[in-house]
Design a binder for this molecule. Structure first.
Ligand code: AMP
Length: 247
């Protein structure tokens, strides 16, 4: 489902380069995706990447990629970040901002971008605004996916992920053909540490306190677009595209 681009420049940072830069689309979109954990932003980001040709820039994916690195290669800030992540807490703004600044070339990419999971606090949104301004880049829209809390919790606690191809299943809503086994690559499905009940509670509290004020931040800049996140991923995607056509 991901675009052809391996997103090496985003996931690895430093001097890493993508094996193939995205083609320049007729209309490059520069979007931010907002929404509580579990509303299905990641899936929508993948659909959008396919359709728009932009890269899926998820800060959570940077941390998950770092987990697979040799621990001796990680900076102390990254090691500390992974501890926050494990508990479901937000990583400190300075660490996240340093990572994103180091990857500013991804924001300049001719294919456009879809930021997912960043910004997550008003301080991050302000820093992103300054960074984009200094690069002469403008956001096109901030898509805010909305769903009631009980549905979010049920989505998160039943989610299972494939460590190999990153496919996502759900024990009730989207079960794999064989329990615990990925339909696509045969990988052994697992529950992300931060999808466990104790972490979900911490993540939802962090979201309410720190991330939900971002809706107002972007509304005041006329960038916020609300999208109902109930129904199948395809239905949510149709709603998203209908919304983007009016932008
Ligand atoms: P996600 O995949 O976006 O849900 O991110 C997984 C985890 O990574 C979060 O629960 C945080 O611990 C950390 N994280 C990702 N992005 C950010 C961010 N922008 N600010 C702070 N922490 C983040």
């Amino acid at each position: 489902m991901e675009t052809k681009n391996d997103r090496a420049a985003w996931l690895m940072g430093g001097t890493a380069q993508c094996s193939e830069a995205p083609q320049k689309p007729i209309l490059a979109r520069r979007l931010v995706l907002l929404g509580a954990p579990g509303v299905g932003k990641g899936t929508q980001a993948e659909f959008l990447c396919e359709r728009l040709g932009a890269c899926h820039l998820s800060t959570g994916d940077i941390f998950r990629a770092a987990k697979t690195q040799d621990p001796c290669q990680r900076t102390p800030a990254l090691t500390a970040a992974l501890d926050y992540m494990k508990k479901g807490e937000l990583v400190p703004d300075e660490t996240v901002l340093a990572m994103v600044s180091e990857r500013v070339a991804c924001l300049r990419c001719q294919g456009g971008f879809l930021l997912d999971g960043f910004p997550r606090t008003v301080a991050q949104a302000e820093a992103l605004e300054r960074l984009l301004e200094s690069e002469g880049i403008q956001l096109d829209a901030v898509l805010s996916y909305e769903l009631p809390l009980d549905q979010i919790i049920s989505r998160l606690s039943g989610r299972r992920t494939c460590p190999g191809c990153k496919a996502v299943f759900h024990v009730d809503a989207l079960p794999p053909k064989v329990q615990g086994v990925c339909d696509h690559c045969g990988g052994k499905l697992y529950q992300r540490e931060d999808d466990r009940p104790e972490s979900i509670r911490v993540r939802m509290e962090a979201y309410e306190k720190l991330t939900s004020p971002l809706a107002q931040f972007y509304r005041s800049r006329n960038l916020l677009v609300s999208i109902l996140a109930h129904g199948t991923p395809e239905e949510i995607f149709s709603r998203t595209m209908a919304t983007l056509r009016t932008q």
